[in-house]
Ligand binder design. Structure first.
Ligand code: XIL
Length: 382
């Protein structure tokens, strides 16, 4: 594969090859992204909300057409499912998983242990508990969520976002996390072992963001991730795969294909599978002209995905949303446009029309060497 260097800003991006113009041909009998993904032995999908399935038939049809894997955008986070202690509400996730079953889609579970999106009662309860009680408070969520979807959710984000080198720890671990404070790094070991025992057929993921760009921030996070993975493997923690979230911000930080390829190889050489689990492109700071911006978003997306799919360990691509009608980037303080316009970082526009980014994703799947898919979850206990 020819590797090129992508730097932030229009200057560097203007040197890219033009994207193919097959997008937005309404009614054209074009294959879906899932079909093109499948040909390379991979899955394509998106994060969705149950409300979209209930209220937006156009969006639901687009998901059914384009995707063969889905993930809950928020409805399996503990703050949503366990608002009161031991009083669970899985109704949103149930609808998403029913939808996946009806459409014969694979499903991911997001996320069992995370520092964020927890119910208010949890942290005080942790502080009041002894060590055994603190472990139980974490593992009880695995007990509640995993068996409910056994055989339906094939892969779980067991621990999400454990890293934050900016907080100053030498090992780059996120200290400002109720789990780190309550149990130390061992919380990760406990969560994975318990998840493996609870659903031995599920593929177990460790996921994080900020490992994609050519920037000091991402370099620190990549280093911390590799060191964490080495410690976990030395302790025989059953991590099957790494989820690279893939929230790109090309108008703030550069991208270098060689650096990202090296990082993915460092992970896959350790026997780990990979997926891009939350892909989108923050377009704030890009050219004011939306067509030009769409082309640049597609170029950076293609550069990133070419590297991701060049690695045979990469199993799947999920976008964080499918259509600009519902991108979290349009509301997130760091990325939203000050004038209120919608973010344009997803493959379909707000009218469900395919954008240059859709073409870029399809082209990256078409060019990808076949994935090396693992038949069953591997355990490092062997
Ligand atoms: C985001 C959702 O998209 C928002 O709707 C919600 O308000 C906050 O969380 N990394 C993750 C996701 O792992 O769970 C986050 O999802 C986006 C960043």
């Amino acid at each position: 594969m020819r590797r090129r260097e992508f730097l932030a800003g229009a200057l560097a991006l203007s040197g890219c090859a033009p994207m193919p113009q097959s997008y937005a041909r309404d009614g054209a009998p074009t294959e879906s992204l899932a079909t093109r993904a499948r040909r390379s032995g991979r899955w394509f999908g998106a994060a969705i909300k149950s409300r979209q399935l209930r209220e937006d038939p156009d969006f639901t049809a687009a998901v059914a057409r384009e995707c063969d894997i889905v993930v809950e955008e928020y409805e399996l986070k503990r703050g949503t499912t366990e608002p009161k202690r031991d009083r669970f509400d899985f109704s949103g996730a149930d609808q998403i998983i029913d939808f996946a079953q009806e459409h014969r889609m694979r499903a991911r579970g997001h996320a069992l242990v995370w520092y964020a999106a927890n119910p208010d009662w949890l942290e005080p309860a942790l502080q009041a508990a002894d060590h055994a009680g603190r472990e139980k408070l974490m593992l009880s969520y695995i007990d509640a969520a995993m068996p409910r979807y056994a055989g339906k959710i094939a892969e779980w984000d067991v621990v999400n976002e454990p890293l934050e080198p900016n907080e100053g720890r030498a090992d780059g671990m996120r200290q400002d996390s109720m789990w780190m404070r309550a149990l130390g790094e061992e919380y990760i070991d406990l969560a994975f072992h318990h998840a493996r025992e609870t659903d031995p057929n599920a593929m177990l993921f460790l996921t994080d963001y900020g490992v994609e760009h050519d920037s000091p921030r991402c370099e620190r996070r990549r280093t911390a991730m590799l060191k964490l993975v080495d410690r976990l493997m030395a302790r025989k923690v059953p991590v099957d795969a790494i989820g690279i979230q893939g929230h790109l911000k090309p108008f703030r930080e550069g991208f270098n294909q060689d650096i990202f390829a090296r990082f993915l190889k460092d992970l896959s050489d350790r026997g780990l599978s990979l997926s891009i689990t939350e892909f989108d492109v923050a377009d704030r700071g890009g050219p004011p002209n939306p067509d030009k911006r769409d082309r640049e978003v597609a170029s950076i997306g293609k550069a990133f995905l070419d590297v991701a799919f060049d690695n045979p360990a990469t199993q799947a691509l999920l976008c964080w949303g499918l259509s600009d009608r519902y991108s979290w980037l349009s509301n997130f303080p760091d990325y939203k446009w000050p004038d209120g316009q919608l973010s344009r970082g997803l493959p379909l526009d707000d009218k469900m029309r395919r954008k240059p980014l859709w073409d870029a994703i399809g082209a990256a799947f078409d060019a990808a060497p076949a994935a090396r898919r693992q038949a069953s979850p591997r355990s490092h206990n062997a």
